[in-house]
Design a protein around this ligand. Structure first.
Ligand code: GDP
Ligand code: MG
Length: 391
């Protein structure tokens, strides 16, 4: 039988973000190596992180790698993603559910376009704390690195993060992976900064259970398993749950097994990354974008009003206005669904505007006031919004 998961330390979700090739995956591997040597983690080599399982969803491939480790005070689930598009998809849909982020910036190259885009994305999805890893410090000239540090602090401040207060730690993921003592210490300093600077988030453990489905798998002889991060509430083995968001009838079932990182657990709570085994649910009755929730606690619908910020061209958005009748994709939790917008009397919204709109989705999705979402078109984010009322 499986080892049981013992909850001894508070759990947080973090992740590396930053421009391609600045060393996110190398740093992730280095963190696991340093903590494995301390005896509170398992070393996950670069190749195992960079070849994350892929899932094809209607032509989009979503890539995300999860590793887990512990510091002296906390248990972390850490995500690393290979490409810029993966960050956009996973962050805006909430699949990454980051309580804090490690922004990786190469001390040799400085801020690059994806560095700025990830800071913007983090702000949009409500990541309140960013710790900076000035990576490749082994290869960077000291004066240049000082300049990069100033530049990063300014970038954070420009996006509403306290750039002066944010920890900026000079590290070398590569040298730490090679076992160099000086750079191993730099990784420990980075982890200490994360431990102290990223506060414990307020978890909605007492709310009705809800898990946005990220992935669905079939385990031969056991049934259908869904995976994802618990958004709120608590779930135990034996609990009744509803599977919602399909085009057909919603399914009610019982949770017959719970696991986190391959370890069995009795109960899971908000913030945990889990796999739920569902009794008697056919493989095709559930998919990414559905939610598993306490029965009767939420209901799918397709019409809502929202407050939406239309990204400017400088932020990677459109250079032309949008008008009533525009049909982009809506990324709501892990769902990706087409929707028609109606701007009412205004009729037009320019890049940079914040507007109220009514949206009619192509299918029912569980919605509630306060829920955040992203609007995408042709592979880029053009808007970010919050549901204000559900029709
Ligand atoms: P990612 O795209 O951000 O995940 O970057 P990778 O981790 O794949 O690293 C990109 C390249 O930078 C690789 O060739 C790494 O070996 C190199 N690299 C990563 N970290 C460091 C570092 O700390 N120092 C130096 N000199 N090179 C590094
Ligand atoms: Mg990588």
């Amino acid at each position: 039988s499986k080892t049981a998961y013992v909850r001894t330390k508070p759990h947080l979700n973090i992740g590396t973000m930053g421009h391609v090739d600045h060393g996110k995956t190398t740093l992730t591997a280095a963190i696991t190596k340093v903590l494995a040597e301390r005896g509170t983690g398992t070393f996950v080599p670069f190749d195992r992180i960079d070849r994350a399982p892929e899932e094809a969803q209607r032509g989009i491939t979503i890539n995300i790698a999860h590793v887990e480790y512990e510091t002296d005070t906390r248990h972390y689930a850490h995500v690393d993603m290979p490409g810029h598009a993966d960050y956009v998809k996973n962050m805006v849909t909430g699949a990454a559910q980051l309580d804090g982020a490690i922004l990786v910036v190469s001390a040799v190259d400085g801020i690059m376009p994806q560095t700025a885009e990830h800071v913007l994305l983090a702000r949009q999805v409500g990541v309140d704390h960013v710790v900076v890893a000035l990576n490749k410090a082994d290869a960077g000239d000291e004066e240049l690195t000082d300049l990069v540090e100033l530049e990063v602090r300014d970038l954070l401040t420009a996006h509403g993060y306290g750039g002066d207060a944010a920890p900026v730690v000079r590290v070398s993921g590569l040298r730490a992976l090679e076992g160099d003592p000086r750079w191993t210490a730099s990784i420990e300093a980075l982890l200490d900064a994360v431990d102290t600077y990223v506060p414990m988030p307020e978890r909605y453990v007492d709310a009705p259970f809800l898990l946005p489905v990220e992935n669905v798998l079939t385990i031969t002889g056991r049934g259908t398993v869904v995976t994802g991060a618990v958004e709120r509430g608590t779930v135990r083995v034996g609990d009744r749950v509803g599977v919602l968001g399909g085009s057909g009838d919603d399914v009610e079932t019982v949770v017959t097994g719970l696991e986190t990182f391959g370890k069995a657990m009795e109960s899971a709570q908000a913030g945990d990354n889990v796999a739920l085994l569902l009794r008697g649910v056919p493989r095709d009755a559930v998919r990414r974008g559905h939610v598993v929730a306490a029965p009767g606690s939420t209901r799918p619908s397709r019409r809502f009003t929202a407050q939406v910020y239309v990204l400017s061209a400088r932020e990677g958005g459109r250079s032309t206005p949008v008008s009533t009748g525009y049909r982009p994709q809506f990324y709501i939790r892990t769902a990706d669904v087409v929707g028609d917008i109606d701007l009412g009397e205004a009729a037009v919204a320019r890049p940079g505007d914040t507007v109220t709109m009514t949206v009619e989705l192509g299918r029912d999705v569980p919605l509630e006031p306060g829920l955040g979402f992203a609007i995408r078109e042709g592979g880029r984010t053009v808007g970010a919004g919050t549901v204000t009322a559900v029709a």
